[in-house]
Design a protein around this ligand. Structure first.
Ligand SMILES: Nc1ncnc2c1ncn2[C@@H]1O[C@H](COP(=O)(O)OP(=O)(O)OP(=O)(O)O)[C@@H](O)[C@H]1O
Ligand SMILES: [Mg+2]
Length: 231
């Protein structure tokens, strides 16, 4: 089995004025290829901090992160940006789409950031748009899409570059029940069809139940040992 993500004893202390806020107090986590992991826990327990560290958006105070064989923590800023671009797909609670670009334009932009040689892959783009049932919405701009459709475009954008791992921070947090179910089914399908490795933060027990493993956090630590719900 291929280990996609290895986080070792991560600590993160935020400095606010003269006060230290310990957000992570020694978190270790391993994710294998093809896993679909949920991270759960009360507000403020450090879930987003952990996800941002794993994705190289933040640097830890101490500890180490290895993504698909590459050490994020030892990398320079430029190298970390490069690893992030090649290996990681982010999906946030707010969809962060470019408002002036169509759905397809948003995907092309992600591809052009990913492949600096400007190569794009229309076949892959079509496949992803089809999988996410967005073919007929390709030419819509974000404001011409529903919330669920916007989140599906954000998901399409994250997977179109074939990242080693998708990191999603409450991807259904802004959606109603129906759209949440659609987006979660898409995650499941991506995991199942393409063996896409996914780590998803969620407050929703039903969403977590779709995952193969649930990691519970509290006060900056993982409270339960990694537990296989369904493999
Ligand atoms: N940029 C920051 N500067 C200072 N403190 C921060 C910063 N970001 C987060 N924190 C603090 O770190 C702790 C963990 O925050 P984090 O955002 O990781 O929690 P979370 O589990 O994602 O919560 P939620 O479920 O509400 O999104 C909190 O106490 C928070 O106030
Ligand atoms: Mg959060």
């Amino acid at each position: 089995m291929r280990t996609i993500l290895q986080a070792e004893n991560l600590e993160k202390v935020y400095r606010v004025g003269r006060v230290d806020v310990p957000a992570l107090r020694g978190v270790s986590l391993e994710v294998q290829e093809g896993e679909f992991v949920a991270i759960m826990g009360p507000s403020g327990c450090g879930k987003s901090t952990l996800l941002h560290l794993m994705g190289g958006l933040l640097t830890p105070t101490s500890g180490r992160i290895i993504i698909d064989g590459e050490d994020l923590t030892a990398a320079s800023d430029a190298k970390r940006t490069d690893i992030r671009r090649r290996k990681i797909g982010f999906v946030f609670q707010r969809f962060n789409l470019f408002p002036t670009l169509t759905a397809e334009g948003n995907l092309r932009l992600a591809e052009s950031i990913h492949n600096r040689n400007g190569k794009d892959d229309p076949e892959r783009r079509r496949e992803v748009l089809r999988l996410l049932r967005l073919e007929d919405k390709m030419h819509h701009k974000p404001l011409e899409l529903s919330g669920g459709e916007q989140q599906r475009v954000a998901l399409a954008r994250a997977v179109v570059t074939r990242p080693a791992i998708i990191l999603a921070d409450e991807p259904t947090g802004n959606l109603d029940t129906e759209n949440s179910a659609i987006v979660l089914n898409m995650f499941q399908e991506l995991n199942y069809r393409f063996n896409q490795t996914i780590v998803m933060i969620t407050h929703n027990p039903e969403a977590a139940a779709m995952c193969k493993r649930i990691v519970q956090m509290r006060d900056g630590q993982i409270v339960e040992p990694a537990q296989n719900v369904r493999m």
